[in-house]
Design a binder for this molecule. Structure first.
Ligand code: MN3
Length: 216
């Protein structure tokens, strides 16, 4: 009943030239792999948590015992965040959004370009390691937020519709210290079909009961 590292849904070099093969290999196998390994090590100390999904664990961190709460926050968070991240990217992605996600972006931010500018700006301003998100609120509206480390919007009662990883491990080999350049380029690999699916899950109001990570 251990958590498992999901396979990348495409080849390691499939997002070239936006994200290079070496970055994808290290990021998936070593970084995401370590979050899964460390999550399993933490759960071994509390076998009663073995039936919970990674999302369930970070949805209510206060329910996690003190001695493993930080490990669960970081590593279940890392597992959930990266599982989403691989799936909201694809080769030959990008372009303008369409469907319901396009409508909510236009309604909330005026137009796609202004949304991108605000999202990238929030990613640039996240000090140190973290993520920038479009998150859904319980009221049904959406907002841009950033979080430190591997914190996920789920822990704040928000739904992660899409997010970009601004840890240096996500971009440093190719973009060095130029985080704004990485944030701008990332839109070229975004998978709007998958994001529309996530947005539909959020709008269904069933997000809390439909964890995307089936427990294995
Ligand atoms: Mn990462």
């Amino acid at each position: 009943m251990a958590h498992e590292l999901p396979a990348l849904p495409y080849a390691y070099d499939a997002l070239e030239p936006i994200i290079d093969k070496q970055t994808m290999t290290l990021h998936h196998d070593m970084h995401h792999g370590a979050y899964v390994k460390n999550l399993n090590a933490a759960i071994e100390k509390h076998p009663n948590l073995a039936g919970k999904t990674a999302e369930d664990l970070i949805r209510d961190l206060n329910a996690v015992p003190d001695d493993i709460r930080a490990a669960v926050r970081n590593n279940a968070g890392g597992h959930v965040n990266h599982t989403m991240f691989w799936n909201i990217m694809k080769p030959k992605g990008g372009g303008d959004p369409s469907g319901p996600i396009a409508d909510v972006i236009q309604k909330t931010f005026g137009n796609f370009k202004d949304f991108q500018t605000k999202f990238n700006d929030a990613g640039v301003k996240q000090f140190g390691s973290g993520w920038v998100w479009l998150a859904g609120k319980t009221t049904g509206e959406v907002q841009i937020i950033s979080t430190p480390n591997q914190d996920n919007p789920i822990s704040q009662g928000l739904y992660p519709i899409l997010g970009n990883d601004v840890w240096e491990h996500a971009y440093y080999l190719k973009y060095n210290n130029r985080r704004p350049e990485y944030l701008a380029a990332w839109w070229n690999v975004i998978n709007w079909d998958e994001i529309n699916k996530r947005y539909a899950t959020f709008k269904s109001g069933k997000a809390a009961h439909q964890p995307e990570l089936a427990h294995r």
